[in-house]
Ligand binder design. Structure first.
Ligand code: 13P
Ligand code: SF4
Length: 304
């Protein structure tokens, strides 16, 4: 990005247009990344957009599992990750081998895998879910017992909303899991008129204090539908950008300034420019894994 007349933002928009690329960004990305993207959303929305786009190139600004999901769904497109180092620590808390072993110990019950997982783990799963559709996915299965991986907090949240028996995997998001009841109570005491909205990756003790439990885009919708005008946001601080942009007349407080996902902040504007210019950071999934993983992801997308 060395020319002088237009802004970095405009140059990236021009390059994306010339390359017939679409830029997708997760709601936790830094403000300038979200602002340069064609579409921002939660994990479910990102996979639906990736599956539906007619662009030739998908630039996926988020963490690796999000780019992998796009590559799983779109084998004919070029999926680029502007910063290939951006991963999700929770996704590394389960391997295909360990998951298959546990499934066998439990008599082969269906495995529901959170999209925050590798393509190889999705490939040995029966169906995927996101924070936006986990309850529908559990309830859509005909079996009465399921194994959910990798997030134990999401699994406990799902278990509280179904009659089925949900077996947990001992994974977690290091940032959401660390949010303490004390921090939430302190924030509520400081902002007594605010509603507390929490992400289901938080612990059950924190979720008990929530006025609403939502995916990241679900939080934005909840705020729009609520008559309240102040909210404590119980998720990664990146969400403060799209939510305050959508509802500038309302007031938002981060529940904790510690809820920052370092991997979500790795992608820079220059990375987007570089990956489009050089076609670098391509994500390709080995075909036998891709086909099996696609089955689990598509089953999720088709669950109503
Ligand atoms: P959402 O799907 O709700 O956006 O969450 C993704 C995520 O990684 C939460 O930590
Ligand atoms: Fe993974 Fe947590 Fe970061 Fe979400 S916030 S990408 S679950 S580490």
């Amino acid at each position: 990005m060395t020319t002088t007349h237009s802004t970095p933002h405009q140059k990236i928009r021009d390059l994306a247009k010339a390359k017939k690329a679409i830029i997708l960004a997760h709601n936790y990305q830094s403000a300038q990344i979200q602002d340069v993207a064609d579409l921002c959303g939660d994990s479910l929305e990102m996979s639906i957009k990736a599956a539906a786009t007619d662009a030739e190139i998908i630039v996926c600004c988020g963490v690796r599992f999000m780019a992998e999901t796009a590559a799983i769904l779109c084998p004919d497109k070029i999926v680029l990750m502007p910063n290939p180092d951006a991963g999700c620590p929770m996704a590394n808390m389960v391997t295909p081998e360990a998951l298959l072993k546990r499934k066998e110990e439990l008599g082969g019950i269906p495995v529901i895998t959170y999209v925050n997982s590798s393509a190889a783990v999705k490939a040995v799963s029966d169906i995927c879910c996101t924070s936006a559709n986990v309850v529908q996915v559990v309830n859509a299965l005909k079996e009465d017992e399921v194994l959910m991986t990798p997030d134990r907090n999401l699994a406990r949240y799902a278990a509280a909303h179904t009659d089925k028996k949900v077996h947990l995997w001992d994974g977690y998001c290091p940032f959401h899991n660390d949010l303490s009841v004390e921090a939430v109570k302190a924030s509520k005491a400081a902002h007594p008129k605010a509603l507390f909205v929490a992400h289901p990756e938080c612990t059950p003790e924190v979720l008990e204090l929530a006025d609403s439990i939502q995916s990241t885009s679900g939080m934005i919708r909840f705020v729009g539908e609520s008559s309240a005008d102040q909210f404590i946001i119980g998720t990664e601080i990146g969400l403060l950008h799209p939510i305050s942009k959508a509802y500038p007349e309302k007031t938002f407080f981060p529940v904790s300034d510690q809820l920052v996902c370092a991997d979500m902040k790795k992608t820079q504007l220059q990375d987007i420019w570089d990956c489009l210019e050089n076609m670098s950071g391509r994500v390709v999934i080995e075909e036998t894994i891709r086909i099996k993983a696609m089955d689990a992801v598509k089953k999720m997308i088709n669950t109503k």
